[in-house]
Ligand binder design. Structure first.
Ligand code: NAD
Length: 352
């Protein structure tokens, strides 16, 4: 099969791409604009494989999207490209509306034209998988879980833009028959995570002996999923999921933010102790984010029951692997800190 992955140079997209090349016989085209969040270093483990190709382009560019589809002839489109950082969406929502809403519309519009041109056998097998977040459901109180039929109630510009894109994917199925599937996933963590996000930020600040900033009192609860488990789930949904369906994906690992941070501190104390004392001393509470959702928790029993997927990592095993990965891969994150990952790599493109 031939798989086109948008956002394949990002955190989750690169995990999907590494899995495609390492664990399947599929051919891959990565379609990515390489914003600050896109990093070709994350694709380095698979970039020399003859089944891998890369195209630098914008999902809002209808001509570029259409050309990539015509030339590559995908059987599956996995759409992950997005602006993804909630704090950035509060400071500058315009880019989120443009990429997440207009970009997803452009992807669906171009995919529809491409799909209509396929012969009946290939058209019947074609899938457009739209990857989204559980944040579209809003916030939970102390109890309850997000299910696939939970009403949407997004609270941040990021989650509102993702909610809009989910509705578009659904509408293109209902209105035009395009074989779309939507997934909504909880917080991911793991290797190659951009250092602005909670877990890598805490690991790298701790290694530098800098404060570990925790919003409010750290009481916000998130469900955490190891990124490779998410990548496995997405490939399963893309190949075996039912058209027109939505699947929730989660790790069954609910944690308060403060417990995430203290767990990282305790692992570092064990495997990388510092002379100045326990890492927990670096924790510093900062003013809470506006509209900060208290709790997200996801019911992922549908994908477990219908597709036989299950997360293989618990938070305890996954976070240990993650901390170890950041200790062992300083070159990767130092290149981001120095800006080298953008400066030197932009010339490396291959045609599909
Ligand atoms: P990321 O920010 O790490 O990567 C996004 C990628 O998209 C980058 O490679 C970037 O260059 C690319 N991109 C951005 N704008 C683009 C554009 N206009 N055209 C082409 N490429 C563009 O994001 P991520 O954390 O890997 O998330 C991937 C997807 O999964 C997103 O759709 C996100 O909403 C969703 N998601 C993320 C999480 C999470 O915990 N990170 C959880 C659930 C769902």
């Amino acid at each position: 099969m031939r798989v086109l992955v948008t956002g394949g140079a990002g955190f989750i997209g690169s995990a999907v791409c590494r899995r495609i090349i390492e664990a399947t016989p599929h051919h891959l085209l990565v379609f990515d604009k390489l914003t600050y969040a896109g990093n070709l270093d994350s694709l380095a483990p698979v970039a020399n494989d003859p089944r891998y190709s890369f195209r630098r382009a914008d999902i809002c560019d209808r001509g570029a999207v259409a050309a990539a589809m015509q030339e590559f002839q995908p059987d599956i489109v996995m759409h992950l490209a997005a602006e993804s950082h909630v704090d950035r969406s509060i400071d500058g929502p315009a880019a989120f509306i443009h990429t997440n809403v207009v970009g997803t519309f452009t992807m669906l519009d171009a995919a529809l034209e491409y799909w209509r041109g396929l012969d009946s056998e290939r058209a019947a097998a074609f899938r457009f998988l739209h990857i989204s977040t559980d944040e579209v459901f809003g916030a939970l109180g102390a109890t309850g879980l997000f299910r696939e039929d939970t009403p949407y109630s997004p609270n941040s510009p990021y989650s509102a833009s993702k909610a809009g894109s989910d509705h578009l994917a659904r509408a293109w199925r209902e209105t035009y028959g395009l074989p779309t599937i939507v997934t909504n996933c909880s917080n991911n963590y793991g290797p190659y995570h951009f250092p602005e996000k909670l877990i890598p930020l805490m690991i790298l600040n701790a290694l530098d002996g800098r404060p570990l900033p925790v919003y409010g009192r750290g009481e916000n609860v998130r469900d955490w999923l190891y990124v490779d488990d998410h990548a496995a789930a997405l490939l399963l949904v893309a190949t075996r999921g039912a058209v027109g369906e939505t699947y929730n994906i989660g790790g069954r690992s609910e944690m308060r933010n403060i417990d995430v941070v203290t767990t990282i501190c305790d692992i570092l104390d064990e495997i990388h102790p510092r002379a100045a004392g326990p890492y927990r001393q670096l924790i510093s509470y900062v003013t809470d984010r506006p509209g900060h959702d208290l709790r997200y928790a996801i019911d992922c029993s549908k994908i477990e029951r219908e597709l036989g997927w299950r997360a293989s990592e618990t938070f305890e095993t996954g976070i240990r692997k993650t901390v170890r990965w950041y200790l062992d891969n300083e070159d990767w994150w130092q290149a981001i800190r120095s800006g080298k990952y953008r400066g030197e790599r932009l010339g490396q493109f291959t045609a599909p």
